[in-house]
Design a protein around this ligand. Structure first.
Ligand code: AMP
Ligand code: MN
Ligand code: MN
Ligand code: MN
Length: 276
């Protein structure tokens, strides 16, 4: 296992644990360096920073930015940011604001397919009034008996072409990288193996990201197979990018890997933390 976990979520976005609970769980499970990376949000960092000091964990200020790149949604993890930076804070606020109208459209779309009151249902699962996500709809759909688990809820209702899916425009890739750099952080393409991109498209994304000054690829993630660890390690090296790793932990029972269960980065890559 590795002692670095640079991607996880708390109740300030779509995680199930508070920032302090996240930090304590990570510490108990052997994580020595932790980044909290809530979706489009930095409001949990202050609490997590205090908890990390108490738990003896090195804390990295992070976020996970939602980006629209050529009709695809991709996620860019920010590491080592100053959460007070106004360019970043204003950018994130704009991205979050768009989520409210999107949630209403998701609910309308579900209602048209015979599932009423999904907004009220999802709001019952929302833990920060600043942020509603598809995850909250998924938890409601499971509770209401429309799906057995998260995987099924997304597959049947919340992904492209399904009754509760609505297209949405997030930040641009250029803005995301610029905001992160303005805030003194490093930009990382999150779980590159999760996007429905052809090989050509994936290389185009990585090329554009690299040319914008992007810093790293998330190589080790529960979204990837061991073969993909090797594939993305090779791509990181080929493009002169660093390599990152994280569990993308959302809560007990909801994530494939818990804190402390992440395998090490493949040999031969430059870790994103090499200059920390
Ligand atoms: P949103 O930012 O509102 O589009 O929600 C994206 C979040 O939904 C991701 O960060 C995951 O937590 C969750 N998610 C997306 N796809 C799936 C899936 N197939 N299974 C479980 N969770 C998913
Ligand atoms: Mn999430
Ligand atoms: Mn993500
Ligand atoms: Mn994530």
């Amino acid at each position: 296992m590795t002692r670095y976990d640079l991607h996880c979520h708390s109740t300030l976005s779509d995680g199930l644990l508070t920032p302090s609970e996240v930090v304590r769980r990570a510490a108990e499970r052997g994580v020595a360096v932790l980044a909290l990376t809530d979706h489009d949000e930095v409001a949990g960092l202050a609490e997590a920073r205090v908890a990390a000091r108490e738990a003896g964990v090195q804390f990295i200020e992070g976020s996970e930015l939602s980006v629209t790149w050529h009709d695809h949604t991709v996620h860019i993890v920010a590491l080592g940011i100053d959460p007070e930076n106004s360019l970043l804070a204003n950018g994130l606020e704009n991205v979050r604001t768009g989520r409210d109208a999107r949630a209403r459209r998701i609910a309308q779309s579900l209602a048209a397919s015979g599932i009423p009151d999904a907004l009220e249902g999802a709001l019952a699962y929302v833990t920060s009034e600043r942020l509603i996500s598809r995850t909250h709809f998924a938890r409601h759909l499971i509770d209401a008996g429309h799906a057995r688990d998260m995987k099924e809820a997304f597959k049947r209702f919340l992904t492209t072409g399904k009754p509760g899916y609505v297209p949405h425009t997030w930040a641009t890739l250029c803005d995301a990288v610029d905001w992160i750099h303005a805030a003194g952080g490093q930009a990382v393409i999150a779980h590159p193996g999760r996007y429905k991109l052809s090989n050509v498209e994936l290389r185009a994304l990585i090329t554009e990201f690299r040319d914008l000054g992007g810093d790293a690829l998330e190589v080790v993630s529960p979204s990837h197979t061991p073969a993909q660890y090797a594939e993305f390690a090779a791509l990181a090296r080929a493009f002169g990018l660093k390599a990152s790793c994280g569990t993308d932990f959302h809560g007990p029972g909801e994530s494939r890997l818990d804190f402390g269960e992440l395998p090490p980065l493949p040999a031969g890559v430059d870790p994103v933390w090499s200059a920390w």
